[in-house]
Structures are given as structure tokens and as C-alpha cells.
Design a protein around this ligand. Structure first.
Ligand SMILES: Cc1cc2nc3c(=O)[nH]c(=O)nc-3n(C[C@H](O)[C@H](O)[C@H](O)COP(=O)(O)OP(=O)(O)OC[C@H]3O[C@@H](n4cnc5c(N)ncnc54)[C@H](O)[C@@H]3O)c2cc1C
Length: 830
């Protein structure tokens, strides 16, 4: 941790650069070293790492280098678990020590909400296979003798966490990489890129140009700038990051666990028999790149005691011995943070072969081992080998790269890193980035907006609230009754949902049908006027996306996807276009508003403002057509995500308000209400509908999800993922998605909870919501039984015939909700 200004790459080669390379990794911090190591180890020949200064000279050398393994998702946790294993074993492989010390970690709570939080975290850790124990204050004092525990009301201890020496880890990775043929070039800066036909073709450096079709930008807080040289967005921003380091203090032991006192915004660990006190202060400060000298290397920012003062006060309370400790330094090092607090990984949608591994949000050492492996695998396989959506660069659009946006949002995320996140919390900075055409109409009605992929969308309508957030708390939320009214309107009368934020991609050309047949598992050879609910699968049979495709005419299709998926789906489609395939793709999301009219009275309402025939015979499920409606011309599609009779009306954004007002006027007679995303969540879960990115994702197949019906039953064409699905059909399933009902109405779930039966963890919840129709008896949640416990899923869902089995009902079928309740009981009995 302490500045030694020593590069572990002193022995790296300083010869002239090669003309070409299989892959060029930019940056010699933990991410670059790990990526180069894994690329070389996985067999890539001729891997080159370019570092503008010396290895580890960016943020890595001054890292506190704790490796805490629990992360927000199972995949990210698996990456840190892998990091820990790698760091523990690298010395044996390379002969270079990493400083791995398995000292464990502790989180303490000083208020009841925090206690609930750390217990929830402990449950999650157990569900992800990490050992955790709750400990009392006596045990805490044993492990941390200098701690003031007067106000501590609980603690959890995770013995398998640890710490490393970051420079030594990099030295070991580089040694390993070189043993597998990688070459390292220090004092060489990347200055530009060349591309050809939408793909990177060369890297320009101060030492010459290297031809390559694979690049990984691991340039830490400089990555936005470096990626910008290729026209690629990498939304991250540097922020100041503080840690106090003391001289030795009596009672401090080198094996003391890392301590997390998140109510005090800080963490502590032993450092050369003294203490290191790091913080995530609530008033974090961004720092512009221009404020750093161009040759910033093994450097730090200036100390700022005034800024650190509030944390110092809290630290003195927690460890009174600090009062007499001699300070070695107040370290202020820049680190990169992203708009959502998760790092940036994967192929940039703007340029083929151009990968990112950056924006580590102060978790770069813990994540680096696993993230470097995941990035290397992605670069070699052409697609991620596991579900990495939480960190996938494609969750961001180009607009997120705006400097104001990244600066404000990155600083806000850093400030909130240790703040308890109450359900319903929304970011405060840079709001109103993307507004639906109906935004002002909905705001007038008291919409409290939440943000999704930059879009403002109503969470719930709170009339008279001026749209301000209600009081946030754990337990039964303040908006419970308001959501109930919207929910009931959709089930018993009619509700209007603004769905304009849906991603909408136009796919056209003479090969459009054949192209979609290859990409989609559903059958796209349908007549114009039909819509198909379909997965797009990866080679492993997992969901790359779940979408609805409307055939507009012989050569044109419109793909409807989730708000956050448009960039990703566009990239997936584009990267699978073959040479000679005559297909064009256009993202038309912003051009069309979508008004969902849902509920048993939706047909009666629509008849008041349109002469179109909305009968079952003339307008069946999964059909769509252009109609006159109100004073507008729109495309009405008989689809519903709430599981009721309903239509989604697609029309140009400039006419959306006109139609909204006409629907509003006509709807009064039918009890029309506006509905928000909270009501939508409960409605869809009652019907068992999945949400991509929550309930299903790249590691889950349609068979596991119980959505076998969405695989084109009669489709002859081969499609991506078919072979994997066929194999799985023959071999049987290891896990299944099920619906769980919590019978205790006061059990307030938040998602991610482990599901325990007979003392065994069977799985964990994905989406959760209150089901206001199901006799208000509980919280519906969709859960994945754990792979390791086969108890409830030994039988394959599919029987012998391809692709039979499962439920054949379409997405908006009126499946009785009580059956779902029984399904839950089945799982618990399993
Ligand atoms: C005080 C502090 C405490 C921390 N504690 C922890 C912790 O406990 N646990 C944890 O997991 N993480 C921690 N972190 C975060 C962690 O250190 C970082 O996430 C990690 O080191 C970032 O590594 P990186 O490889 O992304 O970037 P860097 O280490 O910054 O590496 C990027 C490299 O790219 C090079 N580069 C830039 N531009 C170019 C160019 N044009 N051409 C060639 N090379 C270029 C730079 O010179 C640099 O060497 C902490 C950070 C700080 C500041």
C-alpha cells in the first residue's frame, strides 16, 4: 500500500514494438496486468501490453487492496471469489509472492436498519457460497481489541476475505503473462487508433504503430480519454479517494480482519502495525483530468485535512487509540468511478474488437483477477462466457458519456457507496436526461419519477405530491396504497402505462427475415401483422435478450425491447450481420411514443376513440395494425405485460400528447387510472412474466425459465443457441425458475433473498413485488433454485419432443394466479 515508487515491471522488455499483435492491452495497472495474463494463459499468441509510464504507476500502487468477495450479483461475486483464489495461488505458479493474507473481514452495525442490512448481506453471501458468521461484541473485541464497541449492535464476520500487496500481484501476473509469451512495453503511450469497416485495425503509440484487431483499454481513470481517441464512449470520471495511514499503534495485529464501519463511512485495516482508515465520504469530490499533470505517475493528490475532518471525528470515536497515533500520511489518490457504481467491461458497441476493462469504482483489486479473466475470455470467444450484464459497457449509451453527466453521477455514487440504500432510492444528480413525450402530462398527475437507462418513468402516481419522493423506509413502503389503486384499475377496469421508454429497433432489407430467423429462437416467418415473443440466445442457449418482434411488411420488422437493452440488442444484432446480408438496423426508440391501455375495459375505452375492430376475431393476441385512433394514426399491438386484455399504441412522439389527452377524456367513464412501474412489477409477477436482466439473463435458458413455448415449435431454421437447447433438452435441467409466494404479508422482500427450506438454501429471489390481487397475502417473487440443490428440478421440464413441454400460453395469457401459488408450494416441498 505505501508508496515505494517501485515498478514490478522493471524487468520488462524495452525492445522496439512489434508490427502486429493478436491483442493489445493498454494500461499496466491491475486490470491491464490481469487481462494480459489471462489472454496469454488462455492461449492467445503475441499479446502486447502497453504502459505509458511504469507498471502499477496509476491508481494500483496506492490501493488499500482489500479483497472482499461479496458483490451485488452472483456473477460479480464469482469474479471476486476467483480473484481471491488466484491471488492465493499465483506465488506457487510464478514464484512471485502477492502478499495474499487471508485475514477475513467484519461489518458492524450501529443502528437497526444497518443491522438488517448486514444480516441481509450475510444471507446473500451464504446464498453465493461465502462463509459468514454473525458475531457478538465480545467476539468483535477479541478480533479487534482497539475498537470502541459501545454503540455497536451487531456484526458479521467473513473469514475467507483477505488483502494483498497490489504491486506484488501485478508483478506476479506479469511474470505469468510473460511465461506464456506476452510482451510488456513500459514508457510507451497510446496516442490513437485506426479502424477499418467498423473494427479496430491498429494502435498508434509513441513507439510506433501495432496492427491488431483486438484492443483492451485498461487505462484506469484515463480510459474515457483513451477510448475517445477511437470515438468510443467510456463513461467514467476520476474522484479523489482518501485514506489515513498511521504509524504503529499498540494492539494492532497484522491478521486483524478488515473492518467495515459503514455508518461511519469508513473501513479500516492494519498497515505496518498501524492503521489505514479509508473512507467513502458523503461529500465526495470529482477531479478533472486537466488538474492532473500530464506525467502523473506514482503520484498522489494533495492532502486535505479539512475535507477529511468529519471522517477523522468518526474514526476517533471508533478507535480512541487514534488520538495518540502519529500520522504517516493522509493519502489522497485519484480513482475512477462510473455513473452507476459498477465497472465497465466488454466490447464497445461503437467499434468492433475494441474492449474496455476500466472504471473500477474502488474495487479494482478485488474484482481485477476475475474481471481480467472475464475480459480475456470475452475477447477470445467473441461473446461473454457468463452473465456480465451488471458491468457490461452496453448498459450505457453515448449520452451517458457527457462530461457533466459522468462527473456529477460518478461523484454521487462515490458519496453514497456506504449509505444505506432504502427501497425506492433514486439518484439526485443529472436527472431529466431522457423524457417521454408524455412526461409533462404525467408530472401534472403527480407522477413520482424513477430513472431507468436515463429515461424518467413514473414509479407511482401520488396525486398532490408535486412529484416529490415519499418518505423512504424499509418495510411496508409509503406508496403501498397508491400502487394498490393502480394495480386494481389494471385488473378490474383500465389503466394507462406510458411505455415510451421501450427500445425500438427497425430491421429492414431483403434478408431481414432470414437474419432474424438466425438470431431469434422464435419463428419469424410469420405474415405481416403478427408479433412474436422471442428469445435471442447465445451459443450457451442463454438469453441475450427477450423481446417482441412485429412484422411490419415483407421486408420490415420492428423489435421491441426493454429500456435498458436497446444499445445491447442493437450491438448483438449488428455484430451478427454477415457480409453480403442485405439488412439495415435503425434505433427508432426516440421517434415513437408508446401508450399501454391495459385492463378488462380497455376494449370498451378504445372503441370510444377508434372505429377499428378490437374484437378477438379481428384483433387476436400478438397481432398489430395501423389504426385511426383519436385524431392520430398509430400502430396498435395486442400485447400486455400485465396479463390483461390490452393494447400497446405506438405513434410518433409529436402526436403522443394529443392521443393521451383523448384517451384521458374517454377513460373517465371507465375508471381509467395512470399506472407506474411499481404497479407494473406486481401485475407481471402475479402472472409469472419474466423481466430480462432480473429474472432471466445470459446464464439462463428458456427451458430453465419455463418459457419453452417461446421456441418456435415448427421452425426448421437453425438459430444461435439451438444446439445448446437441444443438448439441455436431452440432459435435463439443473435449475428452474419458479414463483414463490411469501405468506406473511409483513415480510418485505427486496430481491436477492436466499430461499431456505429444511435448513438448505434452494435458490434466491430475483424480482419481488407485492401482489395486490392475490388476496394481498404476500409478496410474489421469481426465484431460481440453486444449481447445487437439485431437489426441486431433477426432472427436465421438456419431455421427449422438441421443443414441446412447458407452458405454451403466450405472454398475455390469463393464467390463473392461484396456480402460481401452488407452483410455489411445489418448490418448497421439493
Ligand atoms: C485510496 C484507495 C484505496 C483503494 N482501496 C481498494 C481496496 O481496498 N480494494 C480494491 O479492490 N480496490 C481499491 N482501490 C481501487 C483500486 O486501487 C483501483 O480500482 C485499481 O487499482 C484500478 O486499476 P486499473 O488497472 O483500472 O487502473 P490504474 O492502476 O490506474 O492503471 C491504468 C494504467 O493505464 C496507464 N495509461 C493511462 N493512459 C495510457 C495511455 N494513453 N497509454 C498507455 N498507458 C496508459 C496508466 O499509466 C496506468 O498505469 C483503492 C483506490 C484508492 C485510491
Amino acid at each position: 500500500m505505501l508508496p515505494t515508487a517501485q515498478s514490478p515491471g522493471e524487468d520488462s522488455m524495452a525492445n522496439s514494438l512489434p508490427d502486429s499483435a493478436a491483442a493489445v492491452v493498454i494500461g499496466g495497472g491491475i486490470m491491464g496486468c490481469s487481462t494480459a495474463y489471462h489472454l496469454a494463459k488462455l492461449g492467445a499468441r503475441n499479446v502486447v501490453l502497453i504502459e505509458r509510464s511504469k507498471l502499477t504507476s496509476g491508481t494500483t500502487w496506492h490501493s488499500a487492496a482489500q479483497v472482499r468477495q461479496l458483490r451485488s450479483t452472483i456473477s460479480l461475486t464469482q469474479l471476486t471469489q476467483y480473484s481471491a483464489k488466484l491471488y492465493a495461488s499465483l506465488a506457487q505458479e510464478t514464484g512471485q509472492e502477492t502478499g495474499w493474507r487471508q485475514c477475513g473481514s467484519i461489518s458492524i452495525a450501529t443502528n437497526p436498519d444497518r443491522l438488517v442490512h448486514i444480516r441481509r448481506q450475510a444471507s446473500l453471501a451464504r446464498a453465493f457460497g461465502i462463509e459468514v458468521h454473525e458475531i457478538d461484541t465480545a467476539e468483535l473485541r477479541d478480533l479487534w481489541p482497539v475498537l470502541n464497541v459501545d454503540d455497536v449492535i451487531g456484526a458479521v464476520y467473513s473469514p475467507s476475505d483477505g488483502r494483498v500487496n497490489p504491486s506484488d500481484v501485478c508483478a506476479a501476473l506479469i511474470k505469468g503473462a510473460r511465461a506464456h509469451g506476452a510482451r510488456i512495453y513500459e514508457d510507451t503511450a497510446v496516442t490513437g487508433f485506426q479502424s477499418m469497416a467498423g473494427r479496430v485495425s491498429a494502435v498508434q503509440t509513441t513507439g510506433g504503430t501495432i496492427r491488431t484487431d483486438r484492443v483492451a483499454v485498461c487505462a484506469g481513470l484515463w480510459s474515457r480519454q483513451v477510448a475517445g481517441l477511437a470515438g468510443v464512449w467510456a463513461p467514467l470520471h476520476a474522484c479523489e479517494h482518501f485514506a489515513l495511514i498511521t504509524k504503529p499503534i499498540a494492539g494492532i495485529d497484522r491478521m486483524m480482519p478488515i473492518l467495515g464501519d459503514h455508518d461511519g463511512h469508513m473501513y479500516m485495516r492494519e498497515e505496518s502495525q498501524g492503521l489505514l482508515v479509508g473512507c467513502f465520504e458523503p461529500n465526495a469530490r470529482p477531479i478533472a483530468l486537466e488538474q492532473l499533470p500530464a506525467d502523473f505517475s506514482f503520484d498522489l493528490l494533495s492532502e486535505d485535512w479539512q475535507h477529511f475532518k468529519p471522517i477523522m471525528k468518526l474514526a476517533l470515536h471508533r478507535v480512541p487509540a487514534l488520538e495518540d497515533a502519529e500520522v504517516r500520511m493522509l493519502l489522497n489518490g485519484p480513482e475512477s468511478f462510473t455513473p452507476d457504481g459498477a465497472f465497465l467491461l466488454g466490447e464497445a458497441p461503437a467499434l468492433g474488437g475494441f474492449f474496455l476493462g476500466c472504471g473500477m469504482n474502488s474495487m479494482g483489486i478485488a474484482s481485477g483477477g476475475g474481471a481480467g479473466r472475464a475480459l480475456a475470455e470475452w475477447m477470445l470467444a467473441g461473446e461473454p462466457t457468463m452473465d456480465l450484464w451488471a458491468v457490461d459497457i452496453r448498459r450505457f449509451g453515448r449520452f451517458h458519456n457527457n462530461l457533466n453527466v459522468v462527473r456529477e453521477r460518478a461523484a454521487e455514487h462515490l458519496s453514497r457507496h456506504y449509505v444505506l440504500s432504502t427501497p425506492g432510492h433514486e439518484a439526485a444528480s443529472v436527472r431529466d436526461l431522457r423524457l417521454s413525450p408524455l412526461h409533462h402530462c404525467l408530472a401534472e398527475k403527480g407522477a413520482w419519477f424513477g430513472e431507468r437507462a436515463g429515461w424518467e418513468r413514473p414509479n407511482v402516481f401520488l396525486p398532490g405530491s408535486n412529484g416529490s419522493a415519499p418518505a423512504l423506509r424499509f418495510g411496508r413502503p409509503a406508496w403501498h396504497e397508491a400502487v394498490a389503486k393502480e394495480h386494481q384499475a389494471a385488473r378490474q377496469a383500465v389503466a394507462l402505462f406510458d411505455q415510451s421508454q421501450f427500445g425500438k429497433l427497425l430491421i429492414q432489407g431483403r434478408h431481414a427475415e432470414a437474419f432474424l430467423q438466425r438470431l431469434c429462437a422464435g419463428d419469424m416467418a410469420v405474415p405481416p401483422g403478427r408479433a412474436v415473443y422471442t428469445p435471442m440466445l447465445n451459443q450457451r442457449g442463454g438469453y441475450e435478450s427477450e423481446c417482441v418482434v412485429m412484422r411490419l411488411d415483407e421486408r420490415r420488422f420492428m423489435l421491441i425491447t426493454g429500456a435498458a437493452q436497446a444499445v445491447r440488442d442493437y450491438h448483438w444484432l449488428e455484430s451478427h450481420l454477415s457480409d453480403g446480408e442485405f439488412v439495415t438496423l435503425t434505433d427508432i426508440t426516440a421517434g415513437l411514443g408508446v401508450i399501454g391501455i391495459m385492463g378488462p375495459k380497455s376494449r370498451d375505452l378504445l372503441r370510444c376513440i377508434s372505429s377499428a375492430d378490437f374484437s378477438n376475431a379481428a384483433f387476436p393476441y400478438f397481432s398489430h395494425r395501423e389504426i385511426d385512433i383519436g385524431n392520430t394514426v398509430a400502430r396498435a399491438a395486442r400485447l400486455s405485460y400485465v396479463g390483461e386484455l390490452g393494447w400497446e399504441i405506438y405513434l410518433p412522439t409529436d402526436q403522443a400528447v394529443t392521443l393521451y389527452r383523448q384517451i384521458e377524456a374517454a377513460g373517465e367513464a371507465f375508471g381509467l387510472r395512470d399506472g407506474g412501474s411499481f404497479a407494473m412489477a406486481g401485475l407481471r409477477l402475479e402472472k409469472g412474466f419474466c423481466s430480462w436482466g432480473h429474472d432471466i439473463g445470459p446464464d439462463d435458458t428458456p427451458l430453465e425459465a419455463g418459457l419453452g413455448f417461446s421456441l418456435g415449435a415448427t421452425k426448421e431454421t437453425d438459430f444461435i443457441g439451438r444446439q445448446a437447447i437441444l443438448r439441455q433438452r436431452d440432459q435435463g435441467l439443473e435449475k428452474r425458475r419458479v414463483i414463490v409466494l411469501a405468506e406473511d404479508p409483513e415480510l418485505h422482500l427486496m430481491g436477492g433473498e436466499p430461499i431456505v427450506a429444511d435448513g438448505k438454501i434452494l435458490g434466491r429471489t430475483t424480482s419481488v413485488a407485492y401482489g395486490h390481487t392475490i388476496a394481498r397475502s404476500g409478496w410474489g417473487s421469481s426465484a431460481w433454485p440453486d444449481r447445487r440443490s437439485r431437489s426441486c428440478c431433477q426432472r427436465p421440464v421438456l419431455s421427449s419432443r422438441w421443443p414441446a413441454g412447458g407452458c405454451r400460453q403466450p405472454r398475455n395469457s390469463r393464467r390463473p394466479m392461484t396456480q402460481r401459488g401452488r407452483a410455489c408450494a411445489l418448490m418448497a416441498e421439493g
